[in-house]
Ligand binder design. Structure first.
Ligand SMILES: C[S@@+](CC[C@H](N)C(=O)[O-])C[C@H]1O[C@@H](n2cnc3c(N)ncnc32)[C@H](O)[C@@H]1O
Length: 274
């Protein structure tokens, strides 16, 4: 894959979103997961596209017993951050261990997941192409363990108060997420339905829960950063929007800055049970 096709995620953005992500994740799926995991023994958990390790910091304290997290990402800087900020302890006080692995998920092999008790990924599926996600579903199903896939965007954004340009920006952003690349057309907001179908075809049970961000005055920095990225992608996608996007972004950022915006960004979480 060429460097131009690699979507780089900044550590600052991941740090900014981590508290909102933690609030949004579907806790009942973590509870269902704990019930589905084998009792006793050390749990080996592979976190795919771990970024700076937020998934482990949220999930490890909700699971009991010894856990060894194997953190996979292709970004070495993020991997180093994830390995330095170890999650845990587990729900029963057991320390958690981690191991960082530089991995391109699109090229993972079944042997990379051998012995897994659990596979997780967060904010990853919508960045993949259909072909990549289909392959990943087969690999995960082959590992024969539960899979928790959280915070995939679903293409539902609500902003209050409404603005006449909201819908066009939202549609252009969704189109940008579904853009063709050298590794196929990215799934964007179609990833959750695609993953659920792929895992069900492979015979797994799939539970789906909404996990939206609900951003208000207390999240003004995250709202501003999200808005800039959202409008920027829309402008890149639909050149005709260029003239209107500048004033729109300034209007919306000013509202966010004084705590006048409420934004709901739709995500969904999936728990896959073999
Ligand atoms: C939006 S970030 C989410 C990070 C983290 N899971 C979280 O929830 O904070 C997506 C992560 O997936 C990684 N990623 C995307 N495609 C990948 C691939 N093919 N192989 C390995 N890592 C990948 C990126 O480097 C990035 O760290």
């Amino acid at each position: 894959m060429s460097d131009a096709e690699v979507i780089r995620v900044s550590p600052g953005w991941l740090a900014l979103r981590e508290p909102a992500d933690a609030e949004a994740r579907a806790r009942d799926l973590a509870e269902a997961l704990e019930r589905a995991l084998p009792v006793g023994g050390s749990r080996v958990i592979h976190d795919l596209g771990c970024g700076a390790g937020a998934m482990g910091r949220w999930l490890a304290p909700l699971l009991a017993g010894p856990q060894h997290w194997i953190l996979h990402d292709r970004d070495e800087d993020l991997l180093a951050r994830a390995a330095a900020d170890v999650p845990g302890p587990a729900a029963d006080g057991t320390p958690v261990t981690v191991e960082a692995m530089r991995t391109d998920i699109a090229r993972m092999q079944a042997s990379d997941l051998a012995g897994a008790t659990l596979i997780t990924a967060s904010a990853l599926l919508d960045l993949l192409s259909g072909e990549e996600l289909e392959r990943l579903a087969r690999l995960c199903a082959g590992a024969g363990c539960p899979v928790l896939l959280t915070l995939s965007v679903v293409g539902r954004v609500e902003i209050t108060p409404a603005d006449p340009l909201d819908r066009r920006v939202a549609a252009a952003f969704d189109a940008h997420q579904r853009r063709p690349t050298g590794r196929g057309v990215l799934l964007g907001p179609d990833a959750v339905a695609f993953a659920a179908r792929a895992f069900r075809r492979l015979g797994a049970e799939v539970l789906v829960r909404p996990s939206p961000w609900r951003l208000g005055a207390a999240h003004s920095a995250l709202t501003a950063e999200w808005l800039s990225g959202w409008v920027g992608a829309a402008r890149e996608q639909e050149i005709e929007l260029a003239g209107e996007c500048g004033p729109y972004a300034r209007r919306r950022l000013a509202q966010a800055g004084v705590g006048e915006l409420a934004v709901t960004v739709g995500h969904a979480d999936l728990l896959v049970l073999p």
